[in-house]
Ligand binder design. Structure first.
Ligand code: AMP
Length: 546
């Protein structure tokens, strides 16, 4: 017997509709690319998103058409999130930090019909030249007064955002369609091969938003003020652009200003309570706070993910600024949230050493997903906090295939192979030890590069550290520590190696240290280890003769 309850498709437009009706006065504050601060409300955002959606329809955009964005976190990008998805088209967010060839590939692979572009990326658009041939129009996200003088390939229309939406209708009613309809497309920033597209659905995005707003996850409320530093051009700013309207939380967008000084100012002026971003951003803010003596007293929680968050950072924000760092893990293919680190009953929830220790782990699984770890033969490994294995996930917001069917080997019997290596402890807390490709295999045993990096960055002389495998005649591979020294310090190889004593098993301690000026990063801020391994491929370890 079927239940007798109303059935409505889970559609993204319902979020902005709800926010406008029930939290219409809640504010959205943006640092703009043109300069200055823009302020308006959910009510305004909803009206303008409806204008945009209806204007797109008038131009012939149909259900399933891809609309690209090259934009920072800001109010117009939010309108695009809702205006495009609201009419059943697909918001294809493009990471502007990718190489231009990759961007050209992505725009053509996705077959974007329109591109919405922030003024920062005028040179990027010009550089794409004939690669834009398949695009109908490029809409610059500004008013007429700020329109750039750009020459686009023949047949590609040059458009102004404010004029574009002026053609639309703010009373337009969002349509209903199948909740499994695609709403977003985001390409992975893979370090090898071409980027692959994760195609989100309305249903998956809505379920992700519900789950991510649970109290033990982001747990936002209408009393929160959220600053997503994590970009809207990469995995929907971890869902924050959906979570905040769902509860009517105030939203604060940093625009292109991601430096410590700008973030601190916005946090203080707007009363930010929750913020989310990758460790490098928080390192920049921490350095600024320490050197300026400024505070971020309104901030209760900093959600950190994308790369492992070192203990030293959790402790610094806790001890010095009273902010709870919460470690999260996820990926493009998971919309992105997978695990979130909130203490369970009986665990330390107040700031202190125990809390900081626990936060080293990436957290426990969010309801709606499943996870397991397995060895190379596909045997499931125990949840004992020690056994490392390939991390597999499945669930409502995990991709079932890549756009246009690429990368099929990642999808196995209903599970998605994350490419991460992890342990899971008996309480269900997962800890990433490596990417599969980065794990160091020494004499047949695995060494976690992330564990070693976490320890290294705890040394006051280290600004950034990476551990990579280096060829060794006896052990096959041994760890090599590559370090960027903190400015004004002169830490030595010997001091650093001694720093590991007592913190890890002796055979895990790196065989050597190399000092560099900076480390190469991917478009999403992760250390580009393939490049580092190439760079040190001829390096002879001092232990090679042992
Ligand atoms: P992306 O798809 O670009 O968001 O990257 C996803 C990958 O980033 C994951 O598969 C992990 O390798 C890595 N990652 C994300 N969050 C964390 C974290 N908290 N700790 C360590 N690695 C992480």
């Amino acid at each position: 017997m079927l239940g007798l309850m109303q059935e409505k498709p889970l559609l993204i437009s319902s979020l902005i509709d709800y926010a406008a009706k029930h939290h219409g006065d809640a504010e959205i504050v943006s640092n703009t690319v043109e300069g200055g601060t823009h302020r308006y409300t959910y009510r305004d955002a909803d009206r303008r998103a409806r204008r945009l959606g209806s204007a797109l329809l008038r131009r012939g955009v149909k259900l399933g058409d891809r609309i690209g964005t090259l934009a920072w976190n800001g109010y117009r990008h939010l309108e695009i999130y809702y205006g495009v998805a609201g009419v059943g088209a697909i918001v294809h967010t493009i990471n502007p930090r990718l190489f231009p060839e990759q961007i050209a590939y992505i725009v053509n692979h996705a077959e974007d019909s329109y591109l919405f572009v922030d003024l920062t990326f005028v040179p990027l658009i010009e550089g794409l030249g004939d690669h834009l041939a398949g695009v109908k129009g490029v809409v610059f996200m500004c008013d007429r007064a700020h329109m750039p003088a750009v020459t686009l390939p023949a047949g590609v229309e040059l458009l102004c955002y404010e004029e574009f939406i002026a053609d639309g209708d703010e009373t337009y009613v969002w349509p209903e369609f199948d909740e499994r309809t695609a709403c977003g497309l985001c390409y992975t920033s893979g370090t090898t091969g071409n980027p692959k597209g994760a195609l989100y659905a309305h249903r998956s995005t809505m379920l992700h938003a519900y789950a991510a707003n649970l109290p033990d996850v982001f747990g936002l409320s209408s009393r929160d003020c959220v600053l997503p530093v994590v970009p809207m051009f990469h995995v929907n700013a971890w869902g924050t652009a959906y979570l905040a309207p769902m509860v009517g939380a105030k939203l604060v967008f940093p625009g292109p200003h991601l430096d410590g000084e700008s973030l601190q100012r916005q946090m203080e002026e707007e009363g930010v309570t929750v913020s989310a971003g990758v460790p490098t951003v928080w390192l920049g803010l921490l350095n600024y706070l320490r050197s300026s003596g400024k505070r971020i007293d309104s901030v209760k929680r900093l959600v950190i993910g994308g790369s492992a968050c070192p203990r030293a950072m959790t402790k610094a924000y806790g001890d010095e600024y009273g902010a709870h760092v919460q470690h999260a893990w996820g990926m493009t293919e998971m919309s992105p949230l997978g695990t979130y680190n909130t203490p369970k009953a009986g665990m330390a929830s107040d700031l202190g050493e125990e809390y900081y220790d626990d936060q080293l782990k990436q957290g426990r699984l969010i309801f709606g997903l499943e996870m397991k770890i397995q060895d190379g033969d596909g045997n499931e490994l125990p949840w004992d906090g020690k056994a490392f294995g390939d991390l597999m996930v499945s669930g409502h917001w995990v991709c079932s295939a890549y756009y246009k069917g690429e990368g099929a080997d990642a999808h196995v019997d209903g599970w998605f192979r994350t490419g991460d290596v992890a342990t899971i402890d008996s309480r269900g807390f997962m800890q990433i030890t490596d990417r599969t490709k980065d794990v160091i295999k020494s004499g047949g045993e695995w060494i976690s590069s992330i564990d070693l990096e976490n320890i290294a960055v705890g040394h006051p002389g280290v600004a950034e550290a990476a551990v990579i495998s280096c060829a060794h005649p006896k052990w096959d591979e041994r760890p090599l520590l590559v370090v960027v020294r903190r400015e004004g310090t002169d830490v030595s190889r010997e001091e650093l190696l001694a720093y590991f004593n007592g913190k890890v098993a002796k055979w895990w301690i790196p065989d050597d240290v190399q000092f560099v000026e900076d480390l190469p990063h991917t478009a999403t801020g992760k250390i580009l280890k393939t490049k580092l391994r190439e760079r040190f491929s001829d390096h002879v370890l001092p232990t090679a003769g042992d």
